[in-house]
Design a protein around this ligand. Structure first.
Ligand SMILES: *Cc1c(COP(=O)(O)O)cnc(C)c1O
Length: 273
């Protein structure tokens, strides 16, 4: 694996910091502070992906694991790279761009997975290979203009709000067909499929309903005009619900905390209420 694995915290430091109280709960996230700990977290997530795929009669190779590194600084991201990660998802453009510069020596791929304002489109074009939260024509047009000027293309997922919550970004399901039909005019955008965030709930049936809806919308789009939806991939599932998403057909799961450890920043920072 290329790339300087820099100053990882020594193990003594880790032992001190983790101060295990013996109260392990299944939902605990293990903060990785060494290459070995990243390998262990990645192996565990991969094992759970494989098990969920098997339950659904699917091949685990159909599911991309996208590590989400938001709030994690380069020292630990470099450890994740040494453990085998080559591509990272980030919610905020500024943070992602800064990291891509800091780690330019590693030639990583970056996916922007959070809401974008059209005036930030130029920043995405500078470094990202993928944008997963496309939900407005204005943003598509801004990206296309900048991409064309830069002579490059961008993989995009169209974000749908499947939970009908105001706090979630993404378009209402009924607007998807019309939106997809307008995207071919933006020749630099390569539509890969659809993306969603499920409702945050311990009620797994409500979560599952969101994922089912995204799959249904994808299937309908494939029937109507397959050329409009690229590969028809489904990006859905996070640390708390990726197994359900895989059972419902996910092709990309965006996993942060189960790889990097629990985030101190509350989720409301990313999905304003
Ligand atoms: C943060 C984030 C994730 C990952 O969430 P975790 O709970 O860390 O797995 C997935 N998708 C989006 C859009 C995010 O912003």
């Amino acid at each position: 694996m290329i790339g300087g694995v820099g100053a990882g915290a020594p193990d003594e430091y880790h032992d001190l910091m983790s101060s295990d109280d013996g109260l392990h709960h299944d939902s605990d996230f293990h903060t990785a502070r060494s290459v070995e700990e990243f390998r262990a977290n990645l192996a565990e997530v991969s094992r759970r992906i494989a098990a969920a795929a098997q339950r659904a009669g699917r091949d685990a190779s159909e599911v991309e694991l996208l590590p989400v590194s938001k709030t994690v600084e380069q020292e630990r991201i470099r450890l994740a790279v040494a453990a085998g990660c080559r591509k990272f998802g980030e919610n905020k453009v500024q943070e992602a761009f800064r990291k891509s510069e800091e780690m330019a020596d590693l030639a990583l791929d970056w996916a922007v997975i959070g809401h974008l304002q059209s005036n930030k489109a130029k920043d995405v074009v500078r470094f990202a290979s993928e944008f997963q939260a496309l939900d407005r024509i204005k943003v598509a047009a801004a990206l296309d203009r900048r991409l064309e000027a830069a002579g490059r293309s961008l993989d995009v997922y169209v974000q749908v709000n499947t939970s009908a919550e105001d706090s979630k970004f993404g378009m209402p399901p009924e607007e998807l067909p019309g939106f997809l039909s307008r995207l071919p005019q933006f020749e630099t955008l390569r539509v890969k499929g659809l993306m969603t965030l499920a409702v945050f709930s311990s009620d797994t049936e409500r979560v599952r309903t969101c994922f089912e809806l995204l799959r249904t919308l994808r299937d309908r789009a494939l029937e109507t005009d397959p050329a409009l939806i690229g590969g028809g991939l489904l990006s859905m599932g996070m640390s708390g619900d990726f197994e359900i998403a895989i059972e419902e057909g996910a092709n990309c799961v965006r996993v942060g905390q189960a790889i990097f450890g629990r985030r101190a920043v509350p989720d409301s920072h990313y999905w304003p209420e």
